[in-house]
Design a protein around this ligand. Sequence first.
Ligand SMILES: NC(=O)c1ccc[n+]([C@@H]2O[C@H](COP(=O)([O-])OP(=O)(O)OC[C@H]3O[C@@H](n4cnc5c(N)ncnc54)[C@H](OP(=O)(O)O)[C@@H]3O)[C@@H](O)[C@H]2O)c1
Length: 247
Amino acid sequence: MENIKEKVIIITGASSGLGESTALHLSKHGAKVVLAARRIEKIQLLSKKIQEHGGQALAVATDVSNKQDMIDMAEATIKKFGRIDVLINNAGIMPLSALPSLQVDEWDKMIDVNVKGVLYGIAAVLPYMKEQKSGLIINTSSVAGHKIFPGSTVYSATKTAVRIISEGLRQEVKDFNIRTSIISPGAVKTELLDHITDEKIQSANKEYVGNVGLKPETFARLVAFIINEPEEVDINEILFRPTAQEL
Ligand SMILES: NC(=O)c1ccc[n+]([C@@H]2O[C@H](COP(=O)([O-])OP(=O)(O)OC[C@H]3O[C@@H](n4cnc5c(N)ncnc54)[C@H](OP(=O)(O)O)[C@@H]3O)[C@@H](O)[C@H]2O)c1
């Protein structure tokens, strides 16, 4: 994991779940991590914990669905660490519901966070990566970006969009020596299901993920693998599931 050392890595959604675990894992391998999320007290605590263990971290309160927040967060990164080697567009929400429930506000939020948030992240870091002539953008999709099931329509649409955006980006940033990866996790035990408002869908998912869900460290290890590869290797997509997951 020598290639991770000293890399400046932004992680959105670093206040819990996959993002938090990834920040801890990468900092243990010597990365300088920038923690972006809305819950500032959580990312400040995480930053403190990382620094107490000899690591380097910066917590920046950020709403990924706010264009200016993302630009400010990238600027704060440059000010503190001087460059941006990796952006992990990880922040996401999954308030599952069936279309006939007409949870239109939740559809809007998913599009704002899962799709626009990823695009705003790309827009915030690309100018720096282009100038550096190097960079890596890792976008978090999902098995739901490959599959659809009742209740997942809008979420699956946003996660499919993430895959399309990543592949388009890959083709369009080659000349700048910028790499792009998609990670599509299956069930992982995090806070993701807490925000499902449909009680039936929430309890069914909680039971399932409680039974088969993986630990967030699984995602963190795969992120580390991608970042550690030499610059001429572009790992474009990883899809992983618990062995027991059928969908
Ligand atoms: N867990 C799974 O089974 C699974 C499977 C496939 C894909 N994923 C994807 O993995 C990613 C991480 O999710 P998780 O499982 O780790 O869930 P989680 O524990 O709920 O974490 C979600 C993270 O996203 C952040 N977030 C949400 N809205 C945000 C906003 N507007 N601005 C900034 N940050 C925001 C949250 O931070 P704040 O609330 O502090 O802002 C939190 O840190 C998501 O993209 C999710 O879709 C998860």
